[in-house]
Ligand binder design. Structure first.
Ligand code: ARG
Length: 462
């Protein structure tokens, strides 16, 4: 950051210059410059409105528009000289504008304050970034649908307590991730409704005595409407907190997803193969191929939750209206945006290249008496009460454990010693294929049901 020696803000009121360290300590330009485009967008709408109500002459509006266009160019090309003396993004741009166009630049801030300006910028910025995050969520969901389609018939163990419980299809498992992401999207979309309300016009805290047209600026900036209360508008950051809460849930989902991918690539599970491009080796152990991307995403989930907690704490004791505390909202917010976007992107890039190992999945599902519940259900269909059937199957499982055999490997005569209700047809349901195929109701794991769920999801996404 270079310091151009432009005059410091509010200098007339002060007898002494700001302490040099305090100047650096209180400045935000090195991070809030990230909202420069939104700041310019807000200023353009404000200027247009000021012109309409007669505060700016056409000619002044015109030079403001030209000046801001040039500033945007300078910023985008990296030529803009940011100054900590100008404290933040707002003052940096305004100072440069005045340098470029003279007195018209000094009129831009009429009827507005940095308090409503910054609240407007954050909302515009978040609206844009949520759009980007939503498109990465979309990519990841499409990848999940493609994988689920390929794996609709692949049998794997379903787990409870990380113990083999019942067989499921891998396609069904992948569709569970799809569902979580659908809710994540809905949460962001819902959050957008409250983000897309315009604070501009609240000025410092009490509104302004100029006859501003807030409906006009709101419309120009694509907001749904102007906000209802000026004090609330400049002070609350609940919309950013909500976003961070939704982001934390996305990261929590990705972290759980990561955990499974990490387990599945281990030699102990060996259910999937991770593409080399998403793994790294070890500097000492030549045989290693580590699932870095999921591990890193699992790790990053912690910092996003940390940012959520930071913002909650930042807000909780603030009296109305604006307080400088709120300058602390930006870094956690920006890092949340980056982390969520990049993690989703890495997952969406990686997922199409993950290869399943169906033989290993099947073998794992064959262990742990995964069809025991199917046997109990079979007995219920033959007239036994479920609790009794549970008991009978317990005895059959014990025989299996003692003789190291799966239920489907125990002979009919042996099974019949537990109950005469068991007949030859039992073997159809004791197989893993029979078990998954029998679960056909909405939300269940049968291959055709999963294919149907994928189709429905595709139609909804498209
Ligand atoms: N940099 C400030 C922020 O991020 C902008 C608003 C400053 N307002 C003020 N009255 N000091 O919140």
């Amino acid at each position: 950051m270079t310091d151009v020696n432009t005059e410091k803000l509010s200098s007339a009121r002060f007898a002494e210059a700001t302490d040099e360290f305090v100047e650096i300590f209180t400045a935000s330009a090195d991070f809030d410059q990230r909202m420069a485009t939104e700041d310019i967008q807000g200023s353009l709408a404000h200027a247009q409105m000021l012109c309409k109500i007669g505060i700016l002459a056409e000619q002044e509006l015109h030079s403001i528009q030209q000046g801001l266009a040039q500033i945007e160019q300078e910023i985008l090309s990296g030529q803009f000289e940011w100054s900590l003396k100008q404290e933040d993004v707002h003052m940096n741009i305004e100072a440069r504008l005045t340098q470029l166009i003279g007195v018209a630049g000094k009129k831009l801030h009429t009827g507005r304050s940095r308090n409503d300006q910054v609240a407007t910028d954050i909302r515009l910025y978040l609206r844009k970034e949520i759009g980007n995050i939503l498109s990465q969520l979309d990519r990841l969901q499409h990848a999940l649908l493609d994988n689920a389609e390929r794996e609709a018939d692949t049998i794997m163990p379903g787990f409870t307590h990380l113990q083999v419980a019942q067989p499921v299809t891998f396609g069904h498992h992948l569709m569970a991730w799809f569902e979580m992401l659908s809710r994540d999207k809905e949460r962001l979309q819902d959050c957008l409704k409250r983000i897309n309300i315009m604070p501009l016009g609240a000025a410092a805290l009490a509104g302004t005595s100029y006859p501003i047209d807030r409906y006009m600026t709101s419309q120009l900036l694509g907001f749904d409407r102007p906000s209802n209360n000026s004090l609330d508008s400049v002070s609350d950051r609940d919309f950013a907190i909500e976003f961070c809460a939704s982001a934390s849930l996305i990261m929590l989902h990705l972290s759980r997803f990561s955990e499974e991918l990490i387990l599945w690539t281990s030699a102990q599970f060996d259910f999937i193969d991770m593409p080399d491009a998403f793994c790294t080796g070890s500097s000492i152990m030549p045989q290693k191929k580590n699932p870095d991307v999921p591990e890193l995403v699992r790790g990053k989930s912690g910092r996003v939750t940390g940012h959520l907690v930071s913002l909650l704490m930042l807000m909780k004791s603030q009296p109305l209206a604006y307080n400088k505390d709120n300058q602390e909202d930006k870094e956690p917010l920006f890092d949340t945006v980056d982390t969520v976007y990049n993690s989703l992107r890495a997952f969406a890039d990686m997922l199409p290249h993950i290869k399943s190992k169906p033989a290993n999945m099947l073998k794992a599902a064959q262990q742990g008496f995964a069809t025991a519940t199917d046997l109990a259900d079979y007995l219920v269909r033959k007239g036994m009460a479920f609790r009794d059937a549970h008991e009978v199957v317990g005895q059959a499982v014990k025989l299996g454990i003692d003789s190291q055999r799966d239920l489907s490997d125990i002979s009919l005569t042996e099974l019949q010693q537990f109950t005469a209700l068991i007949e030859e047809d039992v073997f159809a349901i004791l197989t893993l294929q029979g078990s998954v195929a029998s679960r056909q109701h909405i939300g269940a794991t049968a291959p055709d049901t999963v294919r149907h769920a994928i189709q429905t999801a595709r139609n909804q996404l498209s």
